[in-house]
Design a protein around this ligand. Sequence first.
Ligand SMILES: [Zn+2]
Length: 120
Amino acid sequence: MSRWRTYSPREIEALGRSAPPLTEAVERVCPACGKKAVRRYLYDHDGPRRVAMSYVWCANCRRYASSTGPPLHPDFEFDDPGEKSAELRALRDKDLMALLDHLDALWDSGVLPQTFTPKR
Ligand SMILES: [Zn+2]
């Protein structure tokens, strides 16, 4: 399998502009290769400060980007496969390339995408 490469800053900007709402669990068009194959995974990371970690990657050209943001839990109920998988939790902490392989496989097997439900 080929290696994962980061999106360029310009591609990351384009991804930001085209980001669908969290409640829309769909693949979107990749700014690098043009295929509708961009997937995402988010979770709340408990550290000194609670932050949302977000990963987007293209299943076709294997580019990726990650970012952090405000925690998701106050606003959404959502499923995090990391809660049930020690393997996924371990990869999140230490092996980005293996994490991306794993997330892509989870999407192919139907564990991802996640379902986000706004809290009232
Ligand atoms: Zn692509």
